[in-house]
Design a binder for this molecule. Structure first.
Ligand SMILES: Cc1cc2nc3c(=O)[nH]c(=O)nc-3n(C[C@H](O)[C@H](O)[C@H](O)COP(=O)(O)OP(=O)(O)OC[C@H]3O[C@@H](n4cnc5c(N)ncnc54)[C@H](O)[C@@H]3O)c2cc1C
Length: 383
């Protein structure tokens, strides 16, 4: 049984670990000349940590993580605190796993180290997939590989999705997302919380990554700029212009990084189907979402763990893939919709901002935590 995986990002490497643990052989085809350690910070909610445990990768990932003390939401105009939710032992006990943050490159590196030691995973770089036909995976250079099962984990512009669904490219969401990484010592005095600043038309998030050595910053704002690249240059002036009402503290923070990179936020409506026969989709290929709920990578990890559990328990591969899809489609559609909806709430002005701020200030942490149950109380299922 030859499982082929198109794409060696978080979903693709996660799928390889899941299949390996289920006793299956697989080959991952990644288009980049090396497994890409680019990107910025990713948040791993407790559901992400549980998925990594199920994939047998948590021990490798944990040393790269940083444990933020709290999620701190601040008004970007006044600097005032709107809400602060502690992420300590009580939080971890409630959800069965801790909240962690990590650099995307470190997460990939850790997944790769586990995959490289698995005897039944083959990793191939510099192989650009162009789609599939029948049971043949096709490559941009004209070559092909036969498969008995195929996982399309080739990201938001998935070629496997196009072969399966032919539903065109994702739509740009009118969001510009900038990221920067700064040595922590340049930001001495900045709290180690996951800090979220809300401004009219945009928001800023920062938290330490690389085990606490660097500060990850993300600034997202409403705008019509589009590009398919993950890594375009952005200027400090562009950032400052997007946050004209920012308070002194926030302007100071935005002014620290010398180099910003940006990408254009894109998403899709939930697809009615993800697969057919022995082919399925995973991660952004199946359910791209805006990163505002910080769940894109986590959903990919949950997908991978669920796929592994279904494959391990079901001898017929097509049935296992349909089980996996049935388990994952409703949850990922809900999370993607919620993440997209946050743009309006985070970037609100006027009456909507006033109402949002009042609700954030008045909501007790106990209620805040119970609202997070639906997202973070996730347990591996296969039936
Ligand atoms: C370069 C890069 C930087 C990113 N930076 C951030 C970030 O800073 N913050 C954030 O929240 N999210 C970032 N993301 C997105 C985030 O990693 C994903 O949303 C999430 O992890 C889901 O992972 P995925 O594996 O489904 O998709 P992706 O992470 O997009 O991985 C898809 C993989 O498939 C490969 N691929 C694509 N097309 C082909 C093809 N035709 N043939 C073979 N291989 C192919 C890609 O090179 C990539 O390695 C980034 C993604 C990429 C690719």
């Amino acid at each position: 049984m030859t499982f082929l995986i198109a794409g060696g990002g978080i979903a693709g490497l996660g799928a390889a670990l899941a299949l390996s643990r289920a006793g299956r052989e697989c080959t991952v085809f990644e288009q980049a000349p090396a497994f890409e350690e680019v990107g910025a910070g990713l948040q791993l909610g407790p559901n992400g940590v549980k998925a990594l445990r199920a994939l047998g990768a948590w021990e490798a990932v944990e040393p790269f993580c940083f444990a933020p003390p709290a999620i701190h939401i601040r008004d970007g105009i006044t600097g005032n605190t709107l809400s602060r939710l502690a992420l300590g032992p009580g939080f971890a006990a409630r959800f069965g796993a801790p909240y962690r943050v990590i650099h995307r490159g470190d997460l990939l590196k850790a997944l790769l180290s586990v995959a490289a030691n698995a005897p039944n995973i083959a990793l191939k770089t510099g192989r650009t997939v162009s789609g599939f036909s029948g049971s043949s995976l096709q490559f941009a250079n004209g070559s092909a590989e036969p498969f008995t099962a195929l996982i399309g984990a080739d990201g938001i512009r998935s070629t496997i999705r196009q072969s399966l669904l032919a539903d065109g490219p994702p739509r740009f969401a009118g969001q510009v997302i900038c990221r920067a990484l700064v040595p922590r010592m340049q930001m001495a005095g900045l709290e180690p919380d996951v800090t979220l600043w809300l401004c009219p038309g945009g928001h800023v998030v920062h938290y330490p990554v690389s085990g606490g050595k660097a500060m990850n910053m993300v600034a997202a704002f409403d705008g019509g700029w589009t590009s398919e690249s993950w890594s375009q240059d952005a200027t400090r002036d562009e950032l400052m212009a997007a946050f004209p009402q920012a308070c002194v503290d926030l302007r100071y923070i935005l002014g620290i990084p010398e180099n910003w990179r940006k990408w254009a936020g894109a998403a899709r409506k939930a697809a009615p189907k993800w697969g057919a026969g022995n082919v399925t989709l995973m991660g952004d290929a199946a359910h791209p979402m805006l990163p505002y709920l910080a769940q894109g990578a986590v959903m990919a990890l949950e997908d991978a763990a669920t796929l592994g559990a279904c494959i391990a328990r079901q001898t017929q591969t097509d049935k296992a893939l349909r089980q996996y899809e049935a388990l994952r489609q409703p949850r990922t559609a809900r999370v993607a919709a919620a993440s997209g909806g946050l743009a309006r709430i985070y970037h609100a002005s006027g009456l909507m901002k006033f109402t949002r701020d009042a609700l954030l200030r008045r909501t007790p942490n106990r209620l805040m935590l119970s609202r997070l149950d639906r997202l973070y109380v996730w347990n591996l299922r296969h039936d």
